[in-house]
Design a binder for this molecule. Structure first.
Ligand code: NAP
Length: 316
């Protein structure tokens, strides 16, 4: 394994957070190196149209939006490389990123590896995911289901929140949960249970997404776990909200994570980790907002912090 020269800043991840960090550090003449993982462009590329990113009054295609950010980062000199960081050694300076083919040395590191929505794995889910009726983001895709019936899967705060949000558009929202009480906080659970458009489907697990042959969701087969009875919900949209899996495994330890596996920034900062000069941004550390615009904001914060750190430690 050969070592490369020492980078000023290495950004891991090419979603909104990583690309925004790249734009800022490139404009600051730091010549950033961005490492791309298995899903270039991040979660945005799996949604169709983004209607809530400021600056696009008529919406923008998710893939196009990340392409635009990438082009913007490239314009200021960002370099991109496709490689997977397998583990890190942050015990000394420069920091070491151990990849399958080499070791990358960096003075500062911005980790923006995102989170992967947890999926159920039932038949039809993968085939109809992203623009064909199965999605993991009501804020992104809810408006496409005006006056239609939809189902939300899950029983946590996300599921309750998604269901409430969807009542703005859908004619009816089935909330399918595998138990007979929601895990969601009481206020959220009560609000969802009381809403006239939300119908609870208790003790039920999803079994199959229907419509694969036609390329669009035509229904959801569910099974009552107590009676074993199967039925079909006549929905056009299925919102999977059974949690996210933050992509933090290669970095923790040494980086601190919370009980959900999300990076845990230091008190008083949204992006500073427990290792000096190492920052986190976007969905790998944010389990509350999880929006493209908030991820971009964190990427900006991390970039400015890295820039300041380099200015203060230029003699090292
Ligand atoms: P979560 O709290 O982990 O809930 C996941 C839900 O999905 C649980 O109800 C779980 O069922 C269900 N589930 C998991 N795997 C399943 C499977 N294979 N099939 C069917 N159901 C499955 O996740 P979350 O709702 O995304 O929330 C994550 C964190 O963010 C929580 O701390 C939450 O409080 C927070 N959050 C807060 C807000 C807010 O305050 N506004 C909004 C969103 C999220 P069981 O209940 O049976 O385990």
């Amino acid at each position: 394994m050969s070592n490369s020269s020492v980078e000023n800043v290495v950004i891991i991840g090419t979603g909104c957070a990583g690309l925004t960090a790249a734009i800022y550090t490139a404009r600051a003449n730091l010549n950033p190196l961005v490492l791309e993982g298995p899903l270039p462009g991040g979660q945005l590329t799996t949604t169709s149209e983004v209607e809530n990113f400021p600056g696009f009054p008529h919406g923008v295609d998710g893939f196009q939006l990340t392409q635009n950010m990438r082009e913007q980062a490239t314009r200021f000199g960002t370099r991109f490389e496709q490689t997977l960081v397998e583990r890190v050694d942050f015990t000394s300076m420069p920091r070491q990123l151990i990849c399958s083919d080499r070791v990358i040395l960096a003075k500062t590191v911005i980790i923006a590896t995102g989170a992967s929505p947890r999926l159920t794995g039932i038949p039809g889910e993968k085939e109809l995911y992203g623009g064909k009726g199965v999605t993991t983001c009501a804020t992104c895709d809810g408006a496409f289901y005006r006056k239609m019936e939809v189902a939300v899967l899950g029983g946590g705060d996300s599921a309750a929140e998604e269901a409430m949000f969807l009542t703005r558009f859908a004619s009816k929202v089935y909330l399918v949960h595998r138990r007979d009480t929601l895990r969601a906080s009481k206020i959220m659970a009560d609000r969802a249970a009381a809403h006239e458009k939300i119908q609870m489907v208790w003790d039920s697990v999803p079994v199959e997404v229907l419509g694969v042959k036609d390329g669009a969701v035509s229904g959801l087969k569910v099974k009552n776990v107590k009676t074993g009875a199967e039925s079909v919900l006549p929905v056009k949209g299925i919102f999977v909200a059974i949690g996210h899996i933050p992509n933090t495994g290669s970095f923790a330890p040494p980086l601190e994570v919370d009980e959900g596996g999300y990076f845990k920034p230091q008190a008083g900062s949204q992006v500073q980790t427990n290792v000096p000069g190492v920052y986190v941004a976007g969905d790998c550390s944010d389990h509350i907002y999880r929006q493209a615009i908030t991820a971009a904001g964190m990427g900006c914060q991390a970039a400015i912090e890295a820039e300041r750190w380099l200015a203060e430690h230029h003699h090292e």
